[in-house]
Design a protein around this ligand. Structure first.
Ligand SMILES: Nc1ncnc2c1ncn2[C@@H]1O[C@H](COP(=O)(O)OP(=O)(O)OP(=O)(O)O)[C@@H](O)[C@H]1O
Ligand SMILES: [Mg+2]
Length: 406
């Protein structure tokens, strides 16, 4: 990972870093970790606004396994021209469907509409474990998002795209190829850093007591495919600053499904139903009351006690997160670790699991860490990566954009 890339646009650092990408061919400036940490004390400022050009539409794009978000601004405006959350799913009409079943007799539908008509569609999720797995549907999906941007005809579209913290070169190249011809220029940046940038309250930076999440925090992004745990210390995170593992919402769904199968072998529930139940009842720690869920099996109503199944699946996720956090904290310099412990932030859909912040905080305190404070970003979690990506796009220098050949 070209670790110094982001510094140039976000801070006063030596000029000339390359785009925030692995495959860039430009030279990487040599900035030591110490140098970068010191630079974090500087005011974060955009270095140049070449992208204010008249015909450039800037986009922040969170391409999530479960849900994607785009936010964009038209040339010369800071108002959002597009702000869309779309379930990352593509539905292709099944063969032999009678007319007028699908809206407009569409052959292909996306997001909520695809989910609504799923009976008559072959549903494809283009992402798995945070990376693109199916280029055709992924490209169809990107085209669809592009079509949601109003008044974009004739504009050059430049998009900062979030990638999982540990995305390798192949995954990055896959994204570039997929969006070639749909967007004209891109920069790929790790999602936890973008989440921190999106969560950052610029108007609070001068308030006493406000700890800037971009300056010194530990971000935990629990998505559908991956959980990313990442040190964010004012510079572009290196591979050593992050741990990413494919245990997140989808895996929790699987564990709950396995648990239900064991206890109630005659109750086959769809994964969508299990996800719905999880999102309503998820918790970590001890259950405060039994979780009794009404379902319909084989046309008959049933009431299932799912306390144990949901609790053990969510607690398994908590254990993995705790281990990752424990492994990362010792890498932080002794000068900044106390402040960082006060700024452990959980985002992504998994942050909505009840009690996750207090339980993680309790485990860290029991482990002997100095007064840890864990918080969650709240219900707007879906937008922070895209918001951070748009901020990054607005601040990027001209030479940081990678041109895509269609
Ligand atoms: N209340 C909740 N309790 C537990 N899990 C939840 C809750 N709300 C959402 N989730 C889960 O969060 C996950 C989706 O989170 P998010 O939208 O951050 O994922 P994503 O960005 O699409 O995935 P990724 O970052 O891995 O590519 C899903 O597994 C969803 O079921
Ligand atoms: Mg995500």
């Amino acid at each position: 990972m070209a670790l110094a890339c982001l510094n140039a646009w976000s801070m006063k650092l030596p000029p000339g870093p390359p785009p925030a990408d692995n495959n860039n061919t430009m030279s990487t400036p040599s900035i030591t970790k110490a140098g970068r940490t010191a630079a974090a004390d500087d005011q974060l400022t955009p270095s140049r606004k070449d992208t204010d050009a008249k015909n450039v539409l800037l986009l922040g794009f969170d391409w999530g396994t479960n849900t994607s978000c785009i936010q964009g601004t038209l040339p010369g405006s800071t108002e959002l021209a597009v702000n869309e959350l779309v379930p990352t799913v593509v539905g292709y009409a099944k063969d032999g469907i009678v007319s007028d079943l699908l809206p407009g007799n569409a052959k292909i539908l996306f997001g909520q509409v695809a989910l609504k008509h799923r009976l008559h569609l072959r549903l494809v999720a283009p992402m798995a474990n945070g990376v693109l797995k199916d280029m055709g549907p992924a490209r169809d999906f990107a085209h669809h998002l592009r079509s949601l941007i109003p008044n974009a005809a004739g504009l050059e579209i430049r998009s900062v795209i979030g990638v999982p913290a540990n995305a390798n070169n192949a995954a990055r190249e896959g994204i570039r190829q997929t969006v070639a011809g749909i967007f004209q220029r891109v920069i790929l940046i790790p999602e936890p850093f973008l989440a921190a940038l999106g969560y950052r309250g610029e108007n609070q930076l001068s308030s006493p007591g406000y700890v800037d999440p971009v300056r010194n925090s530990l971000f935990i992004d629990i998505g559908a495919g991956t959980t990313d745990v990442c040190l964010v210390q004012g510079y572009y995170p290196t591979s050593e600053d992050q741990i990413s593992f494919a245990f997140a919402g989808d895996k929790v769904d699987e564990l709950i499904a396995d648990g239900i199968k064991k206890t109630y072998p005659d109750c086959e529930l769809s994964i969508l139903k299990i996800r719905e139940i999880k999102e309503k009842h998820s918790f970590v720690g001890q259950a405060t009351q039994p979780i009794l869920v009404s379902v319909v099996v084989g046309g008959k109503p049933r009431k299932l006690d799912l306390t144990e199944q949901i609790g053990s699946a969510c607690n398994a996720l908590l254990t993995q997160i705790f281990e990752a956090v424990k492994a990362l904290i010792p890498k932080v310099s002794s000068d900044s670790v106390s402040e960082l412990l006060q700024n452990i932030i959980i985002t992504g859909g998994g942050s909505r699991i009840k009690g996750l912040d207090t339980e993680l905080q309790r485990l860290l305190a029991e482990e002997g860490f100095d007064q840890p404070v864990v918080k969650t970003v709240g219900e707007n979690y879906k937008q922070y990566v895209a918001k951070g990506a748009l901020k990054a796009a607005q601040q990027a220098r001209e030479d940081q954009w990678q041109q895509l050949l269609s």
